[in-house]
Design a protein around this ligand. Structure first.
Ligand SMILES: [Zn+2]
Ligand SMILES: [Zn+2]
Length: 346
């Protein structure tokens, strides 16, 4: 088994070769066909999140660790207690919880306080093989391309779950999406496919604005352009009913609060880092809801894949790269040079 692993925080990934794992109990081993590269992989390889004001949240990642939580693969081995068909092609739900707490029991394993997330707490998909603890985390992606299906496990799921939290979304309840990278692009396409709307998009990069327009944005503007912001707010009837912030920086969250209308909802998804200064009386006076959204549940990924299999969920732009390019793909993502999603594969 060849894997690209974090061996020291802030250092390039290292290629490591180990024995191919043998599954025990309910474990399943997949040969990795596709592994998406996500911004979270950058944070994990750095070992911390930037909380703003010079503060950091250190991540409890044991090293070495194989990154990669957007995984599609083929089942090649199963433990004696794993009821799964060899040769089946599956997407992996990576947001695995302890299985014993109230959140896990309610189906919110992705919010478990003792997570076993693949590519974070356990080894992930920047490898030719991956171990999944139970077949219930394996979902059928039908005839979809494996590269696309893999991206649904994080980018797609994150977009899908955030949109559900922003609902209702309609022409009368206009939606603003901030940030049109891979996840934002998915949300633009879902907004159209699932709710039949063309959301407004705020994005500082002209190439990503172009891509957003092609993906179904009604309008795409530069949030630093005051006149464009004013026009977008006017077009939305004085403000947006829901704003999803896929950046999560001080500037993007401030923009979200400036663009949301009274009684509206701001959903913060991005993990760029920073702090938010907020005049508290405005929260009750404007009856604002501010909520976070972190990936999504197993049930939501099932719903998303069934939409995708029926042709409703959108395709995102995918840059295919060989597994050996894992570090180069991370570097390109850090530099902001990825339009859509990079996916590693053999
Ligand atoms: Zn991710
Ligand atoms: Zn749990």
């Amino acid at each position: 088994m060849t894997s690209w692993r974090v061996t020291a925080f802030g250092k390039p990934l290292e290629r490591m070769v180990d024995e191919t794992p043998q599954p025990v109990g309910t474990e399943v081993v997949l040969r990795v066909i596709a592994a998406g590269v996500c911004h979270s992989d950058l944070h994990i390889s750095d070992g911390y999140f930037d909380l703003g004001g010079g503060k950091r949240m250190e991540l409890a990642v044991r090293l070495p660790r194989t990154l990669g939580h957007e995984i599609a693969g083929e089942v090649v081995a199963a433990g004696p207690d794993a009821d799964v068909e060899l040769g089946a092609r599956r997407v992996v739900f990576p947001w695995i919880g302890c299985g014993a707490c109230a959140l896990c029991a309610a189906g919110d394993e992705h919010l478990c306080a003792r997570p076993l997330t693949l590519g974070f707490v356990r080894d992930g998909g920047f490898s030719d093989h991956v171990v999944v603890p139970h077949p219930r985390y394996l979902l059928d992606f039908g005839e979809l391309p494996a590269e696309l299906a893999a991206t649904y496990a994080c980018a797609g799921l994150t977009a899908f779950s955030a949109l559900r939290k922003a609902a209702p979304v309609s022409d009368e309840h206009p939606l603003l999406i901030i940030g049109a990278g891979g996840v934002g692009e998915s949300a633009i396409r879902f907004a159209h496919a699932v709710y039949g709307v063309h959301p407004a998009v705020a994005e500082i990069d002209e190439r990503k604005r172009e891509n957003a327009r092609r993906s179904g944005a009604g309008t795409a503007y530069d949030p630093r352009d005051t006149a464009a912001c004013k026009a977008a707010r006017q077009d939305a009837g004085g403000g947006f009913a829901a704003v999803i912030d896929f950046v999560g920086s001080s500037a993007s969250a401030e923009h979200a609060l400036a663009m949301v209308r009274k009684g509206g909802t701001v959903v913060i998804v991005g993990l760029y880092g920073g702090t938010l200064q907020l005049a508290l009386p405005l929260v009750p006076l404007r009856a604002l809801s501010i909520r976070g959204s972190y990936v999504g549940s197993l049930r939501e990924l099932e719903d998303l894949l069934s939409l995708a299999r029926s042709g409703v969920a959108p395709h995102v732009h995918i840059e295919r790269r060989p597994l050996e390019d894992a570090q180069a793909a991370l570097d390109a993502l850090r530099a902001g040079n990825v339009v859509g999603r990079s996916v590693l594969g053999p």
